[in-house]
Design a protein around this ligand. Structure first.
Ligand code: ATP
Length: 858
């Protein structure tokens, strides 16, 4: 401890004045891609290159209209891509904003959480484990502060800062590993050491996901194959003595038909819109990848306090060696009292209670403030509950100046102590998990005085602890000793008693657990709390648990035994954060996809190791958030289950529109190839194929990406992580649809040939568009008939159908488009022919799916 006097910090006025002088505490943000960049990016793809070559060839062959049309299509594609990408960027930028950091400071004499950008030089930063230091500063008070400065120095060994000469400075961007401190801010924003060397690292990175990579790869492969096939067909035709211009145009059409041009843009927009949909459900994906992996999650490892429970603690019971006390009142409102057998009692009436309440009040960092009728608590809920208890017992409030030293709480030690000097004595005050406190006690305090702690006392204390924990209460043990030597050591303490805190389970969690179970997802509770408390809470939540394992038990198990245990329903209690890592690895070795929650600084490695690291938006530390893939904005377990549902929906939708788009390409390719074999005139022109792939199918595919989740989605088992997007059944579906639509349009083409090739081609082209529109109903669900998912449940799809059919009408009846697409007006007979062939595309899949559903039921 350096300066004993507690700081009061700046006043709001002083802070405002300083803000005007020094500006915001933020680094110049790396500009997101500007509109021009996003626009230019649209022309850098492989597809556009093919199209530009196509336009050049068309021009060389004297087909000016085609060259212009292809040019227009390139521009249109760029415009669509631009709008979609810009929308995706904007959505991501607003997500990034939601992650903007907060920091605890002393202002107007009170600890307050404020946006980190509001910090000014002169502010007093309050640093606790897991916090990122928000500005450069000088330590003015410290208790065992350790800081990870690796972002600045590359050295990952924590550095101790005691406020003495050896460690006075803390730096922005570094993170607190342990201890507590107050630091006076000396530099903010770009003037900090971090600001001098670093660019702001955007947290929601524009990194592409596996899915995007896989689909990008697929598009590139199809592109290369397209060029090769086109070249081969052209070459072969020439060898057979066919006309050069005709064969080049055929090759061109074929290569355009093979590439799913709309795919990349559709995937990007679907993932970005999906991430925005998740935020509405209170789950913020820090990486788009998380959404994809979430859909495959098979195990959720959740901590108890705050995730499964409310983390709103209230002391309801107090136990000392010779008395049990009941406590009334709720929350952090000190209205309430302590009673023994119904008779109210205060600290002044009971020396043991007085000593116990004093430890709860003095060995703490929480504060209660009255705001109107409402009591506000800042600090850890466990401590807030003990402070409130002190108020209810009319205990004297501590003097800030009395605090001489502290050994802070950590989840690994599970206890904390302070050295406190009052008017007439100095003492060590300790609180923590009962076992950890008992370990350092040699005496007990009773109504008749202090005496040696005997084995029977030890048993009685453990029995009382187990009784309280059995009711689902979180139990804290309290102890003290006089320390005239002013030595801060946790030994030879006098045990005072236990406090039982109620922390009710969150109301939605019970249903969320049964939802997860129905979806084949296992839920494992991993907590620092005692096995008995954890077991009682698990019971209240209907989380079936057959085995309770403590961290100490875990250390004794070898990997094979742990593997066996994890096959069953197990709960881990009194674990240290480091042990989470082993549990994640063991589950992953079983092939599970693990989502793991964590909020503390020591949770970071496990969060990184897990397939989906989940951190907390309210309670979590900056370090945990930085290591995670998903942030729960409401800290609630139920949100994870909802996010998994969202992940499943998105993966399913990608599967749907990939099949949809590729079946359209397959239809075009099959028609073209069969036609080449027969030797007929070109059935679709390159420009018509582009129109289909980009305009009519692209828009419909985006709408398909917005399909709601299927009714029984959360009754299916999780998919395996390596589930292909297509798979054998996907390829078969695509080929079946492609063969039918391709051959049907070809038949229509030849059937109408006598009426002129232009009309025949226009009808074949329109037939293909209509077939695709109708087939979308088959892809809305790969298992369920449309009546099961609701005809109107995706209004975007209906809108897309209306828009694209109107576009197709314009393509046939509006002269400018007629010229560009080489179409002629169609009559009623042609429409009837198309309708006839379209009907089975609609009816057959519906009937097959209905039959499949019935078979499944029987
Ligand atoms: P979870 O891991 O589910 O969040 P937890 O919050 O109980 O559970 P820890 O924070 O590791 O896990 O706490 C472990 C134990 O340490 C608690 O059961 C309690 O007995 C004790 N404890 C918690 N907070 C404090 C504190 N501020 N001071 C002293 N002891 C504490």
């Amino acid at each position: 401890m350096t300066e004993i006097a507690r700081q009061t910090g700046l006043t709001t006025q002083e802070a405002l004045a300083a803000q005007k002088l020094h500006g915001w505490n933020e680094l110049p943000v790396v500009a997101r891609s500007g509109p021009l960049r996003v626009w230019l990016r649209q022309f850098s793809s492989f597809l556009v290159l093919i199209l530009i070559v196509a336009a050049a060839i068309a021009l060389a062959l004297g087909e000016k209209v085609d060259a212009i049309t292809i040019g227009l299509v390139v521009m249109l594609n760029a415009a669509l891509g631009f709008v979609q990408e810009w929308k995706a960027e904007t959505a991501l930028a607003s997500l990034r904003k939601m992650l903007s950091p907060q920091a605890m400071v002393l202002r107007d004499g009170q600890e307050q959480m404020i946006p980190a950008r509001d910090i000014v030089p002169g502010d007093i930063l309050v640093l606790s484990p897991g916090a990122k230091v928000a500005a450069d500063g000088i330590v003015v008070r410290a208790a065992e502060l350790q800081v990870d400065e690796s972002v600045l120095t590359g050295e990952s060994v924590p550095v101790a800062k005691d406020g003495g000469k050896s460690g006075r400075n803390v730096f922005a961007g570094t993170s607190v590993i342990a201890g507590r401190a107050e630091a006076r801010v000396t530099a903010t924003g770009a003037k900090t050491e971090f600001g001098k060397i670093a660019h702001l690292t955007g947290s929601v990175g524009p990194k592409t996901t596996n899915l995007q990579n896989k689909l990008g790869q697929l598009a590139r492969q199809l592109g290369t194959a397209a060029l090769l096939v086109a070249a081969a067909v052209t070459g072969l035709g020439l060898l057979l003595g066919r006309d050069l211009a005709e064969m080049v145009m055929t090759g061109l059409s074929l290569s355009v038909a093979m590439v799913p041009e709309g795919l990349p843009a559709v995937v990007t927009i679907t993932l970005a819109l999906g991430a925005a949909a998740m935020v509405r459900q209170n789950a913020l994906a820090r990486r788009l990848q998380a959404v994809e992996t979430l859909g495959a999650a098979s195990v959720i490892c959740a901590d108890k306090t705050g995730t499964l429970t409310e983390n709103k603690m209230t002391a309801t019971q107090v136990w000392t060696m010779d008395r049990s006390y009941d406590v009334t009142g709720t929350g952090y409102d000190p209205a309430g009292h302590i009673a023994v057998d119904g008779a109210r009692i205060r600290a002044a009436d009971d020396p043991v209670l007085a000593a116990l309440l004093q430890v709860g009040l003095y060995c703490s960092h929480a504060r209660l403030n009255r705001e109107g009728d409402h009591w506000q608590m800042t600090g850890a809920p466990t401590e807030g509950a003990l402070i409130t208890l002190g108020y209810k017992g009319w205990c004297d409030l501590p003097n800030e100046r009395g605090l001489l030293a502290e050994i802070p709480f950590s989840s690994a030690r599970k206890r904390m102590s302070v050295l406190y000097q009052s008017e007439n004595e100095t003492s060590v005050l300790t609180k923590g998990a009962p076992e950890q406190v008992l370990e350092v006690c040699t005496q007990v305090m009773t109504q008749t005085g202090v005496r040696a702690l005997l084995p029977v006392d030890h048993d009685a204390i453990l029995q009382a602890f187990h009784d309280l924990a059995g009711q689902g209460l979180r139990v804290i043990g309290l102890a003290r000793r006089t320390a005239d030597d002013k030595q801060m050591t946790e030994e030879a303490l006098t045990f005072l008693g236990l406090v039982g805190l109620i922390d009710p389970p969150r109301s939605e969690v019970r249903d969320a657990i049964s939802l997860a179970r129905a979806a084949g997802i296992k839920v494992i509770m991993i907590t620092g709390d005692s096995p008995i408390t954890a077991g009682a809470i698990a019971n209240q939540l209907s989380l079936n648990v057959t085995q309770h394992l403590t961290g100490a038990d875990l250390d004794k198990l070898d990997d094979a035994a742990l593997d066996d245990l994890l096959q069953g329903d197990v709960l881990f209690a009194r674990t240290k954060p480091e042990q989470k890592m082993r549990i994640v690895s063991a589950l992953q070795a079983q092939g599970q996809i693990v989502a793991m929650t964590g909020d503390g600084v020591n949770d970071a490695p496990a969060l990184k190791q897990a397939d989906i690291g989940v951190s907390m938006g309210i309670r979590g530390t900056d370090v945990a958030r930085d290591a995670s893939d998903l942030v729960l904005l409401d800290d609630n377990f139920a949100t994870i289950v909802r996010a998994i549902g969202e992940g499943r929906r998105q993966f399913a939708n990608v599967q749907k529109f990939v099949r949809y788009l590729l079946s359209s390409n397959a239809g075009e390719v099959i028609a073209l190839v069969v036609n080449i074999a027969i030797g007929g005139p070109l059935v679709f022109l390159a420009t018509q194929i582009l129109w289909m792939n980009l305009v009519t199918d692209g828009v419909t595919a985006v709408a398909l990406g917005l399909e709601k989740s299927e009714p029984d989605q959360m009754r299916q088992k999780p998919r395996r992580k390596d589930t292909p997007i297509l798979g054998v059944s996907g390829v078969v579906t695509i080929l079946v649809f492609g063969t039918y639509t391709g051959l049907s349009s070809l038949w229509v083409f030849f059937h109408l040939m006598d009426l002129g090739v232009e009309l025949a081609r226009t009808t074949a082209f329109t037939a293909m568009v209509v077939f695709e529109k109708v087939s979308v109903f088959a892809f809305r669900s790969l298992r369920l008939p449309s009546w099961k998912i609701g005809w109107f449940s995706n209004p975007f799809l209906l809108l897309a159908l209306a828009v694209t059919l109107t576009a197709q009408m314009l393509a046939i009846y509006w002269p400018p488009l007629q010229t560009l697409l080489h179409t002629v007006p169609m009559g009623r007979d042609e429409w009837a022919l198309i309708a006839l062939f379209a009907l089975p595309i609609f009816v057959v899949p519906e009937v097959l799916k209905a039959l499949g559903l019935r078979l499944q039921r029987t």
